[in-house]
Each structure stands twice: as C-alpha cells, then as structure tokens.
Ligand binder design. Sequence first.
Ligand SMILES: [Zn+2]
Length: 136
Amino acid sequence: MRFGRLKEVGYTRAMTENEQNTARDSAPIAKRRSREKRTISQMVALYCAGNHPAEERTETAFCGEPVCPACKAVDDYSVTRTERCRQMAAKTSCDQCPYHCYRPNEREQIRAVMRYAGPRMITKHPVAAFRHLLGR
Ligand SMILES: [Zn+2]
C-alpha cells in the first residue's frame, strides 16, 4: 500500500491517473462506478428536497432530479470524486476508505447529506440503498 506517497501526489497528476483508472475499469467496476454516481446524486437530491426551499431548485443533479445551486455544487463534486475514485474495485464504503479524497469542507457537506438521506433512501430508492449498504 502506498498511502503516504499518494498524499503527496499533485492534483493534476492524480486526476490523470484516475482518468486512466476509469478507462481501465472492467465491466463490473464500470457498472458499479456509474451506479454509485447515480446513488450519491439521488442522495444529494433527497437532501435538497428535505432541507432547501423548492423555489431554489433551479438546477438538475446528475441523477436528473432538481436541486438548488448549492446542492448542485455538492453533487458535481461528489460525482467527480466517484468518477476519479481509485478504490472502486476494492472499497466497501467511503467511510472505510484510507484515501480521504474529499476536501474537508466537501467531506462535511456529503456527510450531512448521507446522515439525512441514508435512512430515507430505503423507502425512496430501496435497491440502490441496499446495494450502497452492502458496498456493491
Ligand atoms: Zn439544496
């Protein structure tokens, strides 16, 4: 494992490597990656629907649901992190991942989203929620 080294890798270089990782995804990993992007986006949309005024939802999240501009920024960021995640083949959940690829501020935001949307996903998107919990 090379956790120490990875912390020092510059953003530009890490992005390039991750894009290569994405290009090298095997079929099941590519499927998982795209499913995870959708699940995260659905959770952001659920969070927005429950916490922000409806008239502010002028943007469209990755999953196709309406969100406010602030949630759109969280959605874009999270989808991009998932796009570039190098642990897609190995990890079971972001909580257990050693890389901490989210910036601290965005990490807090997505954690708030997860806390709110996690339990609610069971009724709104049960299949995605169970896959997420099982880390599949
Ligand atoms: Zn919002």
